[in-house]
Design a protein around this ligand. Structure first.
Ligand SMILES: Cc1ncc(COP(=O)(O)O)c(C=O)c1O
Length: 382
């Protein structure tokens, strides 16, 4: 049976960073590291971008008239989260907003807390904003990665100005549940620590029995102490179309402080990004459902194959298209390099706080994933 994603689109020789960074004429390398997908965007997004191009004038843009209303309705329908127009602050990317959040909360020398392992910017934001990084380690409890909230409660203090939350949680693939979010929020509120929650993977929950919960939607007190970051870029595969994300900041003073930090630094999102994002959120639920089904199939296939590979193991990926693979029992001393030698570029776990792991991006055509698996098996055999 063919799907929307057949046949595969050749990414070799394109401008793809994921495919191009490690490849050369002599060395065919499949890109499976940075978090974008090889899957084509929704037809309705492509049509919206083409329609915008047909206007032929590309002056400075502002959000299209229905933009915020569409997002607000979506947040209400998906998460029962009621937001207000003025809470929305447009930004180019989610990552700059992590830095603005860190910069506008507390002062130089304060603590910025975030789980470890984590998407690398969460580990780096403190150092780049003249703050002190306070790690919260994660462990596998049962079969899933969980934050060590005892460690969090022990190390947090009123000088911890922000907790940077990643939910759904890259790289460990978790959809944090209500109990976990409430525990994090309770510890933060008790210490006057603000929460900056990156929810860029929210639309990519793969497990049918799981539901993304924006931490701010739990309670008005939490909402007031929060900055929530969203973007259509991950789920609808738009990182190359130009940065567009939005921060939702209910508290007026916090919003003003955040805007001051980004003033003159953050560029204005572009017309094509607005057109693509509006179409994504307004018209592409069917495409998203098909993508999730496809990714779920890829995940199940990969999980079964990794289980057969000597020295490798992975936990179940509840959300996203990123598998967090434990290589500590691998006899190879440098599995990341070995996989690369055999033509598969993965992300190294060291940059995410766990050198004994690698991260594999399975947001690709199934035939590509099958080739990745074949190459990894060959790498492990030699
Ligand atoms: C958790 C998370 N946040 C942010 C980003 C990047 O966001 P942006 O490109 O909007 O800065 C990524 C990309 O992989 C991510 O996984």
């Amino acid at each position: 049976m063919t799907s929307y994603f057949d046949p595969p689109i050749e990414r070799r020789g394109s401008d793809s960073a994921k495919w191009g960074k490690f490849a050369s004429r002599q060395h065919d390398v499949i890109g499976a590291w940075v978090a974008d997908m090889d899957l084509p965007s929704a037809d309705k997004i492509i049509e919206a971008v083409k329609n915008r191009l047909d206007e032929r004038v590309f002056g400075y843009s502002m959000p299209p008239a229905e933009f915020i209303a569409v997002i607000r309705q979506r947040l209400q329908e998906k998460y029962a989260w009621k937001t207000e127009n003025e809470w929305f602050v447009m930004q180019p990317g989610v990552v700059p907003s992590l830095f603005f959040a860190s910069n506008c909360l507390g002062q130089s020398g304060d603590g910025i807390m975030a789980a470890r392992p984590n998407y690398h910017y969460f580990l780096e934001t403190a150092a780049y904003t003249d703050r002190l990084y306070q790690p919260v380690d994660c462990h596998i409890t049962g079969k899933r990665w969980e934050m060590d909230t005892d460690m969090m409660a022990k190390n947090i203090s009123p000088r911890t100005s922000a907790f940077l939350l990643c939910n759904p949680f890259n790289p460990v693939g978790r959809v944090l549940d209500k109990r976990e979010l409430e525990a994090v929020a309770e510890i933060c509120l008790r210490n006057g620590t603000m929460i900056c929650s990156d929810e860029i993977h929210a639309d990519l929950v793969l497990d049918e029995d799981k539901q993304h919960i924006p931490i701010a939607s739990l309670d008005p007190e939490i909402e007031k102490s929060s900055i929530t970051l969203f973007s259509a870029a991950k789920a609808f595969n738009l990182p190359g179309i130009g940065g567009l994300s939005f921060a939702i900041i209910p508290d007026k003073n916090l919003r003003a402080a955040f805007q001051k930090r980004s003033y003159g630094v953050a560029t204005h999102p572009g017309a094509l990004a607005y057109a693509a994002t509006l179409a994504a959120y307004r018209d592409c639920d069917d495409w998203l459902a098909e993508t999730i089904t496809y990714l779920r199939g890829n995940r199940d296939y990969l999980q079964a194959e990794i289980a057969k590979m000597p020295g490798l193991s992975m936990t179940h990926v509840e959300a996203s298209f990123l598998a967090w693979i434990n290589v500590e029992d691998c006899i190879d001393t440098n599995p990341l390099q070995n996989f690369l030698n055999f033509g598969v570029a993965l992300s190294g776990g060291d940059e995410m706080g766990r050198a004994d792991h690698v991260r594999l991006n399975f947001g690709c055509h199934r035939s590509t994933l099958e080739e990745i698996v074949r190459r990894m098996k060959r790498a492990l055999e030699t």
